[in-house]
Design a protein around this ligand. Structure first.
Ligand SMILES: Cc1cc2nc3c(=O)[nH]c(=O)nc-3n(C[C@H](O)[C@H](O)[C@H](O)COP(=O)(O)OP(=O)(O)OC[C@H]3O[C@@H](n4cnc5c(N)ncnc54)[C@H](O)[C@@H]3O)c2cc1C
Length: 381
């Protein structure tokens, strides 16, 4: 926790991180992951009761901790949760990402209807942007929303939707056709029980999380459920991702920190060649590399978060943080697993689970190659 002394933070951030760390010990030590949906719902409820979800929404009158989402706070929260339990980090992140468009661009009625329940952990949120043919190239999305009097009718498919199947509402991005490409997309809040919204398939992944493909077939939503102006949906999606991209990097940092700690403990206690693993120079070099990667990632994460909280644009800085933190965490976890030898690959071991947990972070909310592209473009501007 020595990085909390860095000048990026205010005292309120230091207190927040320490308080969450203390909360995690009793609340996350024994999360039962055997039923992933039940575990996720339980974690959202616990995070709401603990007061942590207040940081995932904007608006103090609605139960939020601040008028705008504090990037350093959500990064510290995700880093800490990820150190203890990947699913707890996921549960927190989805409440923020799933309701982010409402926090940023919702009407007062939409904000009042959804955000207080999100902050209390009483309503689960989801963000439905990706489609089978539109992942990295998200502006190619095909799901359509036809204007039909005082409502829109949604038709199309969404896939890889986190919280799919357990969410109470989905923020869905669909083509309304004001202009071609990214300028003809709008955002909608679709309640989970809306006729025409079907959970078509649950998707099983290497690090189990609730995930699904959704079908919209003649799914009618009132115009009052549109977020922002017609045709503004792509911008709203990008603004939402802008808030949360740095926090993905923070989660990766948390996974990496846990791996470094596990690696250090293992090296100090594993007897080898008449001494301990930690006495061997090659093991020390490995630990040194891991620590350098962690600190480099942390500096990039909190630089981006601090800049954003100063109101500065962070396109390049957030991309750097996500790229370096996720790639570094994968490497740190791999090195830590190596220090564990055979035990590292045994099912149920902490390193085995971290090894699976980190992998999707290099893909979602912009794959590493997309981050490289963003950084390159920004440098060449
Ligand atoms: C666990 C998980 C949870 C997810 N949750 C959500 C969610 O809640 N909501 C949601 O809307 N989506 C979600 N996604 C979808 C995620 O955002 C997409 O998987 C991601 O955008 C990549 O899209 P794709 O899978 O279609 O891969 P593709 O777009 O087909 O990309 C495949 C690969 O191509 C490479 N690539 C991409 N662009 C370039 C480039 N410019 N140059 C060179 N190479 C490139 C990258 O290596 C990339 O991994 C989730 C995905 C996962 C795995």
């Amino acid at each position: 926790m020595e990085h909390l002394d860095w000048p990026f933070f205010d005292d309120k951030h230091r207190e927040l991180a320490s308080a969450l760390d203390a909360w995690c010990v009793p609340h996350l030590a024994h999360v039962d992951h055997s039923d992933i949906d039940a575990a996720c719902k339980g974690l959202v409820k616990a995070l709401g009761e603990g007061g942590w979800l207040k940081h995932a929404i904007a608006g103090t009158a609605l139960g939020g901790s601040a008028e705008v989402i504090d990037t350093r706070a959500i990064c510290l929260l995700r880093e800490t949760l990820a150190r203890y339990d990947g699913l707890a980090d996921f549960a927190f992140a989805m409440q923020g990402l799933g309701s982010g468009a409402i926090s940023l661009a919702g009407t007062p009625e939409q904000r009042q209807r959804y955000l207080p329940r999100v902050a209390r952990g009483e309503a689960l949120a989801a963000f439905a942007l990706s489609e089978p043919h539109a992942g990295s190239d998200v502006a190619a999305l095909r799901c359509e929303a036809f204007d039909d009097g005082d409502s829109y009718v949604l038709d199309g498919d969404k896939t890889w939707i986190s919280n799919g199947g357990i969410a109470d509402f989905y923020v869905v991005f669909a083509r309304t056709g004001e202009q071609p490409g990214s300028r003809g997309i709008s955002a909608f809040i679709v309640d989970a029980d809306t006729p025409g919204l079907e959970i078509a398939e649950r998707i099983e992944v290497m690090a189990p999380h609730p995930l699904a493909t959704l079908h919209f077939r003649g799914c009618r939503v009132p115009k009052s459920q549109r977020i922002g102006a017609a045709g503004e949906g792509f911008k709203i999606a990008m603004r939402t991702l802008d808030v949360f991209r740095t926090s993905v990097a923070a989660a990766a940092l948390g996974f990496g920190r846990r791996a470094l700690q596990e690696g250090l403990d293992q090296a100090k206690t594993r007897p080898m060649f008449g001494a301990h693993l930690a006495d061997l120079p090659l093991a020390q070099a490995k630990l040194a590399d891991m620590a350098c990667k962690i600190d480099s990632a942390a500096l990039l994460v909190y630089r981006a978060a601090w800049l954003r909280d100063q109101g500065k644009p962070i396109t390049k800085e957030a991309a750097m943080a996500k790229l370096v933190a996720t790639e570094s965490a994968q490497s740190v976890i791999d090195s830590a697993l190596q220090l564990f030898g055979g035990r590292g690959v045994r099912m149920g071991e902490v390193l085995e689970s971290l090894y699976r947990e980190i992998r999707p972070l290099r893909i979602y909310e912009g794959a590493s190659e997309v981050q490289q592209l963003i950084i390159g473009r920004e440098l060449l501007k």
